[in-house]
Design a protein around this ligand. Sequence first.
Ligand code: GLU
Length: 397
Amino acid sequence: MVLAERVSKIKPSPTLAVSAKADKMKADGIDIISFGAGEPDFDTPQNIKDAAINALNQGFTKYTAVDGIQELKDAIINKFQRQNGLTYERKQIIVSCGGKHTIYNIAQALFNNGDEIIIPSPYWVSFPDIVLLADATPVIVTTQEKNEFKILPDELRGAVTPKTKAIILNSPSNPTGTVYTAEELGKIAEIAVEKKLIVISDEIYEEFVYDGLTFTSIASLGKAIKDLTIVVNGVSKAYSMTGWRIGYAAGHPEIISAMSKIQSQSTSNPTSIAQKASVEALMNSHGTVDTMVEEFNRRRKYMAERLNSIDGVSCLKPMGAFYAFPRVSPLYQKRFNGKKIQNSTGLADFLLDAARVAVVPGLAFGDDNHIRLSYATSFKNIEMGMDRIEEAIKQLE
Ligand code: GLU
């Protein structure tokens, strides 16, 4: 079969692949603890489910406006105003089938062959592939652990060429847990405005910040940067609604309208009843977010402490999102049952075999010295998983 060339340019999502593998092993009766894909273990709150059930019972089961129902757009506008001090009009909002689909639409609407898109690394696994699918070129800028994995203004300046079209930011970051301060974002914004770069700001982990940090959207730092920024967010993480597939973007009306045109020729509207449920999530469910974040904070501290107590493993305290990203490269070249561990993939395989714990190799995020563990799973699982990891690593020779 001769497939389209674009298929060979990309790989399947490694985060989803790890959880699929863990799920399969569980189904085969193997007792696996998964720190793989990042999705909250909490159930979707009942009031949100009820909103979907009501919509279903009322027959709200037909096509909706391609770019989302007005009620949901208004709830999103309300959220931006309330939480970020950002004012948008309906024509600046689009609802799509999840955050990933939103970013995909942005890339399809904006990027051309030859455009360079700056992506600080470690990055979320899908950013480079989405850029490639739009025929543009990902320009990976490697950040340093000593700088908390944040791109420095000079590093950004050094990566900009006349072909640079955009930069993709993700704060709080998946996989590192890094959170940029308003001041740091201000410096990035200055460069973006000076060089006329579009900023795609993936803010899906906005709610998950710890230790008294506050979240800042780069778009809120002035009119010039707001005009250049497309904010991406969604209900998946904050409201435990990963399966409902609702993401959204806010930005320049021309870009939003182009995204809507593309969406009209691909998915059409996101699921009608999921849109109704998302209105309920954004307008009436903030209490549940706070409870979830409190529990994540407890898990975060525990996991980071346990990781740091293991010889050969060191972990920056994650300040946001729900991932730990420990350095494990001191364990490379050690052996398990005579087999040498060479890299992050080897280490993840070893943990799956020897500890029955699923993690994502750092290589998937552009960093082979680390692995990613999601702590969006029960405290009990984290305790057991950390015990198993500790025991398995002791057996390395
Ligand atoms: N964003 C989550 C993760 O990184 C979900 C899986 C995915 O779409 O990548 O694990």
